[in-house]
Design a binder for this molecule. Sequence first.
Ligand SMILES: [Zn+2]
Ligand SMILES: [Zn+2]
Length: 130
Amino acid sequence: MHTGSCLCGEITFEIDAEIRRFHHCHCRTCRKAHATVYGSSALVDEAAFRVRSGEDSIAQYASSPDKIRYFCSNCGTHVFARCDRDPDQIILRIGALDGDLDIKAIGHIWVSHKPDWYDIADDLPQSSEW
Ligand SMILES: [Zn+2]
Ligand SMILES: [Zn+2]
């Protein structure tokens, strides 16, 4: 069982399944949504993802026609996203997890959007898009 929360603690969630495909995404929308150099996410089964508290504080933004990003309306933490292409998966913003994780990142995606002012400094596989 994994648990997580937003910065202010209003939104808490639990995941009763494996967390898979931890990756770093360099796309423009992740960069802006997280206001960081890149966004780090992983996939979890929708059926195993449960919001335990703060449902009323979850705001959403459609960052592209097929993707909705969910964030805390109180503190702004981007907690998870859903994509119409893969409705059975939650795209978990992995920094919202509390506690340890026994997997490591598998690679970088959307490196074609990466700004020149940031250099990737690890040997993980890189993909220009997906
Ligand atoms: Zn919050
Ligand atoms: Zn992205």
